[in-house]
Design a protein around this ligand. Structure first.
Ligand code: GLP
Length: 243
């Protein structure tokens, strides 16, 4: 894994957006894999700026998203579908029909997982963006998820529900289950970019770079990917000074 340590959140977002922009320029009809959470918002802002300036265009781009809360319709403010429209899609020249995410209110969860796996088979990302959960989860693949997993429904751990509750009015409103791309789907991307910012990610970053590869630390599998880059700011890198 290539590791880039930058000063702060803004630098991380800038360096990450430049990597994304280059891929979009090289392949204007390519596929980009996107993520939600607080971490990628700055990168999305920079991509919006680049699109507004005319530096890049999303007209031919297809997107796939990692995950979605189960039980939230795309109109719900806390759904990841809403997040993507609000933080990126509504501000760029993408065709919304070319954006893909699991349907949180699909009546048949198993059929929805199968549908999404087919989408992912057809749309292999040229680059996949990832954040990291404080317990080392990627997308919603919680510790213990098999490395060969594909899209599935997960029961969220207490720590993830607690971490994500900051965005809801109360912890009771956080869904207990979610759809997520599996780890095998994520590893299928041609390139992976993982971002980490802030002291609350320092332990996860340390574990990612220093611990052995194990299903108890889902992000650890990224060490085996042929083209994975980690960009973290100084606060997130604070425990790995000697690398
Ligand atoms: C959620 C998402 C993950 C994300 C993680 C970290 O659980 N499913 O994809 O990486 O949160 O979020 P944040 O960037 O807000 O710290």
């Amino acid at each position: 894994m290539k590791t880039i340590i930058v000063k702060n959140y803004d630098e991380m977002s800038k360096v990450g957006a430049d990597i994304f922009a280059q891929i979009i320029l090289d392949k204007p009809n390519g596929v980009i894999g996107l993520a939600t959470g607080s971490t990628p918002i700055g990168l999305y802002k920079k991509l919006i700026e680049k699109c507004t300036n005319g530096e890049i265009s999303f007209k031919g781009i297809h997107t796939v998203n990692l995950d979605e809360y189960m039980g939230l319709p795309s109109s719900h403010e806390q759904s990841y579908a809403f997040f993507m429209r609000d933080n990126l899609f509504n501000h760029i020249d993408i065709d919304i029909n070319n954006t893909n995410i699991e349907n949180g209110v699909a009546p048949d969860a198993q059929a929805e997982c199968e549908r999404y796996n087919k989408v992912l088979d057809e749309l292999r990302p040229d680059i996949q963006l990832l954040g990291i959960g404080s317990n080392g989860h990627i997308a919603f693949n919680e510790p213990g998820t098999p490395f060969d997993s594909v899209t599935h429904v997960v029961e969220l751990t207490e720590s993830t529900i607690k971490d994500n509750s900051r965005l809801f009015d109360s912890i009771d409103e956080v869904p207990t289950h979610a759809f997520t791309m599996g780890i095998k789907n994520i590893m299928n991307a041609k390139k992976i970019l993982i971002l980490a910012s802030g002291a609350n990610k320092a332990k996860a970053v340390y574990r990612l770079l220093k611990e052995k590869i194990t299903e108890d630390l889902p992000a650890s599998i990224l060490n085996t990917h042929a083209d994975c880059t980690l960009i973290c700011d100084e606060a997130a890198a604070s425990l790995i000074n000697n690398i």
